[in-house]
Design a protein around this ligand. Sequence first.
Ligand code: GH3
Ligand code: MG
Ligand code: MG
Ligand code: MG
Length: 311
Amino acid sequence: YVIKDNRDSYLYAIKLVSRLLRNQGCKALIADDSMISRAVMRQMLEKQLFTVFEAQDGEQALTMLKSDHEIKLLLTDYAMPTMDGFELVKAVRNFRGRDDLVIVGLSGAGTHGLSAKFIKYGANDFLMKPFMNEEFHCRVMQTMEQLNLIAEIKDYAHRDYLTGLYNRRYFCQHMDKSLKNGPISSCLALLDLDLFKEINDKYGHLGGDSVLTQVAELLNQSFGDCLVSRVGGEEFAVLLPGESIDEARAIFDNFRSRFADNIFYIEGEALNCTLSIGIAKCEYATLSEVMRHADQALYRAKAQGRNCAMA
Ligand code: GH3
Ligand code: MG
Ligand code: MG
Ligand code: MG
């Protein structure tokens, strides 16, 4: 890349490098029947740090896209034997959304309307062959940026700002989707901090916030492989795989006991905190029913004097 010797160019170069680095490890697929076209594009994509795969026609590309969901960028020619670019884009969009895969259509046919048709079928952009290297670079980078922005926005929508855990919205969406096909062999635990208001009263709201982030760290350390969410102010949910409620209760009671021994710090001052846990099997038809059972168990744990796990 040509960089002129001035400050703006340096700033542009820095931005470019950071964007290029986001492509690292990202898989791109070229669907084109021309070996020369494929070679040209491969070289450019490799310069942009993509891991590149090639298909000679639409059908081969479709098979590869079905088996490899890590392919994030598809460059497809229009005229190809067995399945052309339009058919490929249309078929791919049935199972790969715009939040998951970006597509740039290409054609050397030079007829107007090709670009519009590509975009109507679900491509993000279009390039006329032969293209200038610079235009290829810009269009690919801009298209990838769309994908990265969607991922960033999704992450903002799915995570809790204070703790970084999944939020209630993501938790409910995930659970609804999982329960749609019937009961799942997991147990749901609701964990509620005991007398948290007292911590807020004593240390202030910011102190309370700091405890909440430390709680999130503890949950991640112990249940990193599970779905861990912050479903309320000082209420968390953990989805533990396995349908034995006795096992789940033993696991959560062990966590509860280690939690009670943990020392939390607010501006250097040490304190303890306990939590109560309610557990239910995910054997009900809806999330609200599962939640109701877990919540009833939690209520019993609170009534029992707190700092315990009930199923
Ligand atoms: P219990 O043992 O019965 O659960 O007592 P509790 O004080 O924890 O119960 P309650 O549900 O009445 O109070 C929860 C408190 O959590 C009240 C609220 O001020 C505090 N809280 C909720 N969200 C946040 C937050 O984001 N930050 C802080 N610092 N406090 C929060
Ligand atoms: Mg062709
Ligand atoms: Mg509560
Ligand atoms: Mg509480």
